[in-house]
Design a protein around this ligand. Structure first.
Ligand code: PLP
Length: 392
């Protein structure tokens, strides 16, 4: 290998080269411009943000609230987040110093990784899990350590496997339950076992709780509410999914003062603040959005049942997802790889799904299909998949 100098260097950093392009985006690009295509690929609600929330943003604009806000977010929004976490999870956070408002959970993940990691620090993540986790860790100089999860164990992260993956360089566990892409939730006893592991090895827990309110027949506690965990957990959440506000880009992190101060320090240079009208809308969502969540969850639950039973009746056995809005059917019986299946399905039947491998090696043999799309579209896509299977 020739020595790298300023004369022969490539234009991008090693960190950028080390991350993979998102396996979800690739399918968006293929889908663009395809007439009559159905997308089960995008992980976002198909509802327009409820009117009273939009109205709050319009009001803020009418009243000229168009300036930068305080770096950590408006005091009103931080106060409302603190009230929400207290009401829903029984967690008490000081809005002054223990909460930072971010540009979605996406920015919160990035900030958290950069605030806690030194080069070479390892972070344990479930495999499969959300596409951004390994990239955020790598970009922060850390090393993602995927721990396999299995359908036979309901895609729960096994605390014993986590303990085995710990080395002297392990700094944190990044949890994302209810999970994207599997829809898995973690039962309380497994979370409690994970808490013991985290405590024993003095690990920080980054808990992505963006789907926490989208659950079916179960409730999921915040990881920070487990005994002894508040001091070592950073809760990452936001309004994107539960209130159908993906485009508003408002998220937050709540956690130990030192970490939140570190995150805010980065955020004040890189983002300054989250959008001011988005923050006004988020206050209204957190204050008065409970009925909206309930109505949407009821509807998603119906779509979930149609999609999951649809896959099962096509012979693609489908794990019963209890959270988020994804079905994760197995396609192992077809003999095709996830990538082949997804590419051929899109080409032959114009149905876009995401290959499970976009979320880690353990995703091989599975597809991620989002059911936050209309019932007629779900039914039509199942018809097309049936036709596709009959030709294999
Ligand atoms: N975390 C998970 C598990 C997600 O699935 C997503 C989006 O799909 C995000 C975070 C990003 O959320 P936000 O829109 O708040 O940036």
């Amino acid at each position: 290998m020739p020595v790298e100098t300023s004369l022969n260097r490539s234009m991008t950093s090693k960190a950028v080269k080390a991350i993979k392009p998102s396996g979800i985006r690739k399918f968006f690009d293929l889908l663009a411009g395809m007439d009559g295509a159905i997308s089960l690929g995008v992980g976002e609600p198909d509802y327009i943000t409820p009117w009273h929330i939009r109205e709050a943003a319009i009001y803020a604009l009418e009243h000229g609230r168009t300036m930068y806000t305080s770096n950590a977010g408006t005091p009103e929004l931080r106060q409302e987040i603190a009230r929400y976490l207290s009401r829903v999870h029984g967690l008490e956070y000081n809005p002054l110093g223990e909460i930072v408002v971010t540009v979605g959970v996406s920015e919160a993940l990035d900030l958290a990784a950069r605030a806690i990691l030194d080069p070479g620090d390892e972070v344990i993540i479930p495999d499969p899990s959300y596409v951004s986790y390994p990239s955020c860790i790598t970009l922060a100089g850390g090393i993602p350590v995927p721990v396999p999860t299995w359908e036979a164990e309901s895609f729960e992260l096994n605390p014993k496997d986590v303990a085995k993956a710990i080395t002297p360089r392990t700094r944190a566990i990044l949890l994302g339950y209810p999970a994207n892409p599997t829809g898995a939730v973690m039962p309380y006893d497994k979370l409690a076992e994970l808490a013991i592991v985290a405590e024993r090895h003095n690990l920080i827990v980054l808990s992505d709780e963006i789907y926490n309110r989208l659950t079916y027949g179960v409730t999921v506690p915040s990881f920070a509410s487990l005994p002894g965990m508040k001091e070592r957990t950073v809760v990452l959440n936001g309004v994107s999914k539960a209130y159908s506000m993906t485009g508003w880009r408002i998220g937050y992190a709540a956690g130990p003062k030192e970490i939140i101060a570190g995150m805010t320090k980065i955020h004040q240079y890189t983002m300054l603040c989250a959008s001011s009208m988005g923050q006004a809308a988020a206050i209204e969502a957190l204050k008065n959005g409970e009925p909206d969540i309930q109505a949407m969850v009821e509807d998603y639950n119906h779509r979930r049942q149609v999609m999951v039973s649809g896959f099962n009746s096509l012979g693609l056995s489908c794990f019963d997802p209890r959270g988020a809005f994804y079905a994760f059917p197995s396609i192992k019986s077809t003999g095709l790889s996830s990538d082949e299946f997804a590419e051929r399905l899109l080409k032959d039947e114009k149905v876009a799904v995401v290959p499970g491998t976009a979320f880690g090696q353990q995703g091989e043999g599975y597809l991620r299909c989002c059911y936050a799309t209309s019932l007629p579209q779900i039914e039509e896509s199942l018809e097309r998949i049936k036709r596709f299977l009959s030709r294999l």
